[in-house]
Design a protein around this ligand. Structure first.
Ligand code: ATP
Ligand code: MG
Length: 705
């Protein structure tokens, strides 16, 4: 079915939209659809790859296909994610001058568009390119299944949604991978204690129940999964359980492959069991004082959690029902209300899970770190796979951060594709009609400006003990009155809307302050450092970096400084940490040579073969793809070095049988260029091109990259 007036492009369209002579939205949509129904899910726009999620396994990724894309010259092959990997790899190797230049592959698209799958395919192909088949390569390939088990979950839009962002840096010496480094961004910890309808907790909890034997469950003190509040009611059919069982095996293999010790794995599962038991502890008010006490029926859960965490029951109890402080040498106990006790319980669960995740990332980095002479300059390919843009029925602090990251990424894309490109044309005095694009700087300013951007105001409010989500919203409403990127909530709801590059999103302000403060409940650190479970004790003794990962091996001085920061009451807020880690990421990416993959979600039902035109069109629009095609079609996107240029076009000057070294060719070429002989050659070629076009002569010509 072709709707929205879309039409397939004229014959001869070979997979590169930038090659189309005529272009409008209808042709673009028609072209993508036509390819999609033929299971050609990849389309080029010059050097940018559009990837439509097929929502079904396609025979596109086998050994034979991978082999074809191993070579340097992928331009004669159909567009493919493997071609992007090859381009990045060869660009990394081929860069001359001051050492190998870093490459980064930026994958974007909304939740469920296929970013994580693309990341895995890129990694797979890059490892094939290295061909070493070394243990390290195998370990790198195991990182994804491991991270997905702990950091992905089912949401209403994606059954395997990444609830954290990641940047994987692969480091190379010559053409061999020497190590990998992983950075993670803002794991959605709140999912541990609460999930919306139709969503699940992190996969690992379900995998454990499906995969552990009866004896192992007994060892960890795990009962039937349906009794646990943090995951209850979210168990699937027999089929799903079978799949989870298989996944659990995969995770265990990955843990072994990457190099986790058996004891570490046991401790990790005990902590996860502790989190689940803790979630079942409930409270009620004491009759006399109104302070919270543990409900009679849930004492067993408290004891179970303490056992699984390897701590004393009464120490855990204290952390839940009261806050202890020391004033002038005197201990002061402040008892919690029921709400405060429930919040303390959930905070402990979140922080324990968050630290396990941070530790896994840290451990992966330790195990995959390159072991080469620090004097050697290494080549690098970074792959960015973050959580996609989200607009749910209810959007919270997490969605706010996710969408902010996507906003930054869109800006990175705009900057490279439109701003830098057109600035270069201007500088070189090329005849050029400026292409306008949807610049999202006003939205980024609204969110990030200092001292009056939304994040700064949130931090300012978070620092006031008396501030509430209501005062925060009032502050936003008064500060952003008249700002076209901001809209106050309607009626009495505690909400506000932001006009993002991908559309308007309404956020509920409830919980913003608490999540941004991200305070560790008092005394929890002490509770866990005293744990007899070695891993738990390490997790809370070690230093937490600004990105939330552990740094057990930092030098003593650095660690002491960081420790002070960690212990100080002026700990950074979640928003400030996120802003900082995004800034570091952007700096890293700006210093690399980017390759873009734009993932498109063809429909919201996750159906194979179905294209919802309206939905695709919306993504093409907010991605700025029509403008991208124009700039790639009309622009000058191939920027070879003089040597590369000479190598390719030497044929214009020298007979094929003339044998000259590369350097000599290049030197002669340079001489001819200045004697204007080459310019004449080019003019002749242009004349030939006109004739070819007039007479409609067609022959396959390799595209220059
Ligand atoms: P999020 O932002 O929520 O993490 P995402 O963009 O990473 O989303 P993926 O998890 O990569 O989305 O993809 C969602 C689902 O779509 C996958 O679980 C898989 O079922 C399907 N899918 C994506 N890409 C492909 C592909 N190339 N071939 C087959 N199926 C795919
Ligand atoms: Mg993902």
């Amino acid at each position: 079915m072709v709707s929205l007036g879309e039409r397939p492009p004229a014959a001869g369209f070979g997979g590169d939209l930038a090659a189309l002579a005529e272009l409008d939205e209808a042709t673009l949509l028609g072209g993508l659809r036509e390819r999609f129904v033929r299971q050609q899910v990849y389309t080029d726009v010059g050097d940018i790859l559009i990837a439509m999620n097929p929502f079904q396994p396609l025979p596109l990724y086998g050994r034979e296909v991978s082999k074809q894309y191993l070579c340097h010259e992928t331009s004669a092959l159909p567009p493919h994610i493997f071609a992007v990997a090859s381009r990045a790899y060869h660009a990394m190797l081929g860069h001359r001058g001051s050492g190998p230049r870093s490459q980064c592959i930026v994958i974007s698209g909304e939740s469920g568009a296929g970013k994580t799958e693309s990341t895995k395919l890129l990694l797979q192909h890059i490892m094939n390119l290295c061909k070493g088949n070394s243990q390290l390569e195998q370990q790198i390939l195991q990182v994804n299944p491991l991270l997905e088990a702990f950091g992905n979950a089912q949401t209403v839009v994606n059954d395997n949604s990444s609830r954290f962002g990641k940047y994987i840096q692969l480091r190379f010496q010559k053409n061999t991978v020497q190590g990998a480094k992983l950075s993670e961004y803002l794991l959605e910890k709140s999912r541990v204690v609460q999930q919306d309808a139709g969503e699940r907790n992190f996969h690992i909890f379900y995998y454990m129940f499906a995969g552990l034997s009866a004896e192992e469950k007994e060892m960890y003190g795990l009962l039937d999964p349906s009794v646990y509040r943090y995951i209850s009611g979210r168990f699937g059919t027999q089929d799903i359980a079978q799949r989870w069982k298989h996944k659990y095996k995969e995770v265990c293999n990955a843990l072994d492959m990457v190099g986790f010790q058996e004891q570490e794995q046991v401790d990790m599962q005990a902590i996860l069991a502790g989190v689940l038991s803790l979630g079942n502890v409930t409270f009620e008010p004491e009759e006399s004082s109104g302070s919270a006490k543990v409900s009679e029926a849930s004492w067993g859960w408290l004891k179970a959690a303490a056992g699984q965490f390897g701590v004393q029951d009464d120490e855990l109890l204290k952390c839940l029902i009261c806050t202890m402080s020391v004033t002038r040498g005197e201990q002061i106990l402040r008892f919690h209300t029921q709400q405060q006790a429930e919040d303390a319980r959930d905070s402990i669960a979140k922080v324990a899970y968050g630290r396990v995740f941070g530790w896994i990332v840290c451990k992966i980095n330790e195990l995959l770190a390159e072991n080469v002479d620090t004097e050697v300059e290494l080549g690098e390919i970074g792959i960015l796979d973050i959580f996609g843009f989200e607009n749910f029925a209810v959007n919270r602090f997490e969605q706010f951060c996710i969408n902010l990251a996507n906003e930054q990424l869109q800006h990175f894309f705009n900057h490279h594709i439109f701003q830098l490109e057109q600035a270069a044309y201007k500088e070189e005095d090329l005849p050029w009609e400026t292409i306008t694009f949807n610049n999202n700087e006003p939205t980024l300013d609204l969110l990030l400006a200092k001292p009056l951007g939304l994040l700064s105001l949130l931090d300012e409010q978070s620092a006031f003990p008396q501030a509430t989500d209501k005062t925060f919203v009032d502050k936003l409403n008064s500060s952003f009155k008249g700002n076209s990127q901001f809209q106050p909530g309607r009626g009495h709801v505690l909400a506000f809307s932001i006009i993002h590059y991908a559309g308007k999103v309404q956020y509920t302000a409830e919980g913003f302050l608490e999540k941004n403060r991200d305070t560790l409940p008092a005394n929890v650190r002490g509770l866990f450092t005293d744990s007899v479970t070695p891993l738990l004790s390490v997790l809370f003794k070690a230093t937490i970096s600004r990105t939330g990962t552990l740094m057990p091996h930092v030098k003593a001085k650095v660690r002491a400084e960081a420790d002070n920061k960690f212990n100080s009451t002026r700990k950074q807020t979640a928003g400030a940490q996120f802003r900082h880690s995004l800034m570091v990421l952007m700096e890293r990416m700006y210093s690399a040579n980017p390759h873009f993959v734009r993932c498109i979600k063809p429909n919201s039902q996750k159906e194979p073969g179905v294209v919802d035109s309206q939905m695709v069109l919306q993504q093409l629009r907010y991605n700025g793809l029509l403008e991208t095609i124009r700039i790639r079609r009309d622009g000058f996107s191939w920027r070879p070095s003089f040597e590369e240029f000479a190598e390719r076009y030497a044929i214009l000057l020298f007979k094929p049988d003339v044998s000259l070294t590369k350097e000599r060719k290049s030197r002669l070429f340079f001489k001819y260029w200045h004697q204007e002989q080459l310019v004449k050659c080019v003019e002749q070629l242009e004349r030939a091109a006109v004739i070819i076009q007039k007479e409609r002569i067609s022959f396959p010509v390799p595209k220059p990259r």
